[in-house]
Design a protein around this ligand. Sequence first.
Ligand code: MTE
Ligand code: HPA
Ligand code: MOS
Length: 766
Amino acid sequence: MKTIYHESAKYHVTGEATYIDDIKVESQLLHGYVYTSPVAHAKIKNYDFSEAAKVAGIHAILSYKDIPGHNQMGPVFKDEVILAVDEVTFIGQSIFLIAAENEEIARQASKLIKIEFEELPAILTIEKAIENGQTIQPSRKIETGDINEAFKNATNIIEGELKVGGQEHWYLETQICLCIPEEGRDMKVFSSTQNPSETQLLVAEALGLQKMNVEVDMRRMGGGFGGKETQGNHVAIWAALLANYTKRPVKIRLFRDDDQKNTGKRHRFLIKYKAAFDNNGLISAVDVEQNSDAGATTDLSMSILERAMLHAENSYYIPNMRIIGHAWKTNLPSNTAFRGFGGPQGIACMETIIDRIARTLKKDSAEIRNTNFYALFDRNVTPYGQKIENNRLPKIWEQIIETSDYFERRKQTDFFNNNNEFYKKGLALTPIKFGISFTTSFLNQAGALVHIYNEGSVLVNHGGTEMGQGLHTKMRQIAAKELGIDYENIKVNSTNTTKVPNTSPTAASSGADMNGMAVKDAIDKIKHKLSAFIACKFAATYRDNTTEPEFLVYDRNLIYDWKNPERKITFNEAVKAAYLGRINLSSNGFYATPGVHFNREKGYGKPFYYFAYGMAVSEILLDTLTGYSKILRTDILHDVGESLNIDIDRGQAEGAFIQGVGWCTTEELKYDSKGNLLNHSPDTYKIPGVNDIPEIFNVELLKGYPQPGTIHRSKAVGEPPFMLSLSVWLAIKDAISSITNHQIEPDFQIPATNENILLAIDKLKK
Ligand code: MTE
Ligand code: HPA
Ligand code: MOS
């Protein structure tokens, strides 16, 4: 297959790629600034911004009283105000909006705002929230088999607690929006959002308008990673309120530090677990209680908790399992979607259980994994009742054990550790099975609008957004293949709510799956009419009726009859003729993922259309005196079905893995006792850099396993490889554990920072 580069690669490199901040506004542009709460929980006693409003260059200062529509921006649950009324519930909560000639003037003026708070007790940890007893929404449960009976009959039982840290998205482009007021009260919104239709709705509601009055446009984001699934809405609503009030274009772009301090992150979890297993390591029962830190409002916390629960068993068949999920309310910014969407937290706990079983039985952990994997013909039903089909685990296991030389390297690692006191090596294999589909079933729909212009070029509109993941590239490739024309003759438009309405967020890794099908549907409809027309044309030319429209093939810029290949016409000529023959060359398309459903009350159903699988083997070197660890080698074998674009998919696997390594090793969110995030810039918050890439990094896509029922037999890729990073995390644990010759269970949490590693080693030595 010929290499197809990311459709924006050239523009990314030359700097021509247009991000929101690059959009030229002819004149009158104002900059918006948000005045936020400096305290985690307080009553607002009184305020006065009259001095600030007098500053030259200030055009507006708005409070909640100036909102024409309703003061509400919760995406699912209506528990999130746009501007604080008489109470603030986290540091960084928006209270006033300022429009000024430039950001500096706004910042200076904001210092003149007088506001008096009466501080209230703040809940800043999950432990405190549990004590306080306030969940953000009712708790959830999934249960199968009989865990009480299984624990009663158990040979071995382990029990414990796992703390999983949060994570900052660190998209390179911070949250940003440009709003331009149009005729009447209409609003044009250029928003860095994964979810244009939701931004459209919430802006309309804030302005007291309808969706038809608000146009949201999104060309590309400088990264989203889930952080713009709902929280891109906030700046869009704020900018729209200021633009509506001043009747001038308004742009809000968050300063990096403000973005990092004030917006939501990956959810921290505190997970309690108990597992029963026999002397071979075969698991009979698992009981887990997941506690997540929702923050001050619900946002997507319940869907994220649900996905964490639906991944609590990872790749293993557990006949008796109970999963309880609580999302706790705290006085922190509302946590939100982040690549993996709860999956990483759920899977981390199951992998910890496996790792502990291995240590308890003094066996190799990979063998315990293999003992418990979902099987092909039995042992293949999840705790929520979905049967596992097209299980790729056995194949991936077989291949990666061989290509990574796992068992030989296990011996070498042990040998190294027996002969070195201060340096230790660690090795771990971890699998993932990740459910593809929104667990909120109705979101599994997508739309497209395809235009063939009468000279032969094609413009594709679809509901998905581009955030660097290569979605538009894949959509272009799909259109090219379906129409049998060159990739260069197709363009994908910016995502725009006036072209494709009522779209779902680009999330859950299903952007290419669903929009690809919708694009194909639109093209199928056009081809249906075009083929009939061309068949008639051939009939007229050859004075017979032997060409049936279904016999026409679209390939290499031609349309030809595969039964009489001499009957052919170029695509461009065909389109021109069809136009003159008054044939519609434009169509919309639609797709709804078939067969997915999930009953939340019963915790039962088929939430996922299919699963993505992968495995990774990582080897690390640990300096036990400093806690510093280095990844020596990682082998990944990941399943993407028949890849739509091998280079993009490999890039997604590499990027996701490394982002995951950041989450489970170096990225740690530190708060002070008042709830201030202390590390809100890259000098203190350590995301992975080039030096953190494994010295040897072998990333392979599983070959020869097309996925039935998907677009061109491909599979989603965006999130699943993130969780392969747990191989690094458990390799570090393996190295620590070797200090006591694997006799003592190390105290090990996420993230395994140098500091936390040293503390764990210290504890072991005592
Ligand atoms: N890749 C890049 N470069 N930038 C991103 O922001 N987001 C990830 C993933 N890969 C992201 C990315 C997340 S969280 C998701 S859900 C998917 O891309 C969304 O895109 P898709 O559905 O088209 O795969
Ligand atoms: N994944 C990502 N985003 C979502 C989901 C999901 O399962 N459900 C709702 N938003
Ligand atoms: Mo991705 S967390 O589903 O945007």
